[in-house]
Design a binder for this molecule. Structure first.
Ligand code: S3P
Length: 428
């Protein structure tokens, strides 16, 4: 698909519900005897993987007028053999493993080619330390084979990669375990599971030792949630409005959870004009983000900031390419374990567009400032966040860019191009 340069970006945009929060609400329905009502769930392919998994496991799912109802009337439906397709979604596979480890039955979790390459030992080891019976496929990846049982035991565990998916998988297993499970971390990243557990009055404690959950815990009743707009999707538009002169954009009702807003801090440090206005602080904070274009300067991002902006690093790389000076990202080795090796593929594609950059073991360096004038043909490598990053780079370039394999954008934001056309005034 060819993306032409934009003269500017303007107007207002609202986003479908945050993907991370949507997954957690959907998957938690498996442990709740009763009904979960979600307003504004994400409409992306990843969350649809979670929805079809819970349906297959006996949850009644109805969707009408922006409201999704998940009804769990019985746990019996789950006893048996299930072969569950997690698609491209690491969150579905990892969180579901934490739930199913404690549910009697045999479950096989598989996924697409990209998900099948991603590391699963990080959840298999801690869950098996809780007496789960899970085995991974070759290279410690999918398929996962889970013989679920009601005999999970609490454990003291660490989360060395700082992965929120790993922490959440353990927390979900801990709800079904006997005793108190504690998860300690060096830096604690996104905290949606912690907020959700607190909101549901589940037995969670957060202190200097880490996150502790006392099990077994009972979850029942009818619960309603409204999901704020996806901040990781909004990040692409915030970068686009920052780098394209004459832009002014309002991003409405977006999640403003401080464990997800790291990219805003970085963009501000680079000189961006970004103002956030918190409009609600209940459960998950949200509000508006307004962005006007600015001259950006280079920055450095190190390990302590990475958990708060891990998914936004490809978009920030584009901001770096348009800023003055040499930027450097380190402590981000986790990028190599995403939908693609995001360090290798980001750097190789930026080079094709004429940007001076290089790979580091755990990050990358980008020499910004020179205008992007080569009409290159970039490949998303099947990674939705790379595809959207290259698309916004095209908007800021001199002669546009061709993006191959852009269909994967549906994994997180199916309406990306419609939204892009709305604020650039370009035609479909
Ligand atoms: C997510 C956590 C992050 C993030 C992913 C979603 C989550 O992954 O990159 O897109 O919903 O918990 P890790 O847990 O692997 O860091």
């Amino acid at each position: 698909m060819y993306i032409a340069p934009a003269t500017n970006i303007s107007g207002e945009l609202s986003f479908p519900g945050d993907k991370s929060i949507s997954h957690r609400l959907v998957l938690l329905s498996l442990l709740n005897r009763g009904q979960i009502e979600i307003t504004g769930i994400s409409d992306c392919a990843d969350v649809r993987s979670s929805l079809s998994a819970v349906k297959q496991l006996g949850i009644r799912v109805t969707q009408k007028g922006g409201v999704t109802l998940l009804q769990n009337n019985s746990t019996l439906a789950r006893q048996g053999h299930f072969n569950i397709d997690c698609g491209n979604s690491g969150t579905t596979a990892r969180l579901l493993a934490g739930i199913l480890a404690g549910q009697p039955g045999f479950y096989r979790l598989f996924g697409d080619e990209s998900l099948s390459r991603r590391p699963m030992r990080r959840i298999v080891e801690p869950l098996n330390a809780m007496n789960a019976n899970i085995s991974a496929g070759p290279n410690d990846s999918l398929p996962l084979e889970i013989s679920g049982s009601r005999s999970l035991r609490a454990a003291k565990l660490s989360n060395p990669t700082g992965s929120a998916q790993v922490k959440s998988a353990i927390m979900l297993a801990a709800l079904q375990s006997f005793g108190e499970t504690t998860i300690s971390e060096q830096i604690s990243g996104r905290d949606h599971s912690e907020r959700l557990f607190s909101r549901l009055n589940l037995p969670i404690k957060i202190d200097s030792q880490g996150v502790s959950i006392k099990g077994p815990a009972d979850l029942s009743g009818n619960h309603s949630f409204s999901v704020p707009g996806d901040i990781s999707s909004a990040a692409f538009f915030a970068v686009a409005a920052s780098i394209i002169p004459g832009s002014s954009l309002l991003l409405k009702n977006v999640l403003l959870n401080p464990t997800r807003t790291g990219f805003i801090e970085v963009l501000r440090r680079m000189g961006a004009n970004i103002v956030t206005l918190l409009t609600s602080e209940t459960w998950e904070p949200y509000g508006n983000i307004s962005v006007t274009s600015a001259d950006l300067r280079a920055t450095a991002i190190e390990a302590d900031e990475v958990p708060f902006l891990i998914d936004e690093l490809p978009a920030l790389a584009v901001a770096m390419a348009f800023s003055k000076g040499k930027s450097r990202v380190t402590g981000a080795g986790e990028l190599r374990h995403k939908e693609t090796d995001r360090i290798r593929d980001l750097v190789s594609q930026l080079k094709l567009a004429g940007i001076k950059c290089n790979e580091l073991i755990d990050g990358f360096e980008i020499e910004g400032g020179s205008c992007i004038s080569r009409q290159a043909n970039l490949d998303s490598c099947g990674d939705h966040r790379l595809a959207m990053s290259f698309a916004i780079m095209a908007l800021g370039s001199k002669s546009g860019l061709e993006i191959k394999n852009s269909d994967c954008i549906a994994v997180s934001l199916p309406k990306f191009f419609t939204m892009l056309h709305k604020c650039t005034g370009q035609k479909n």
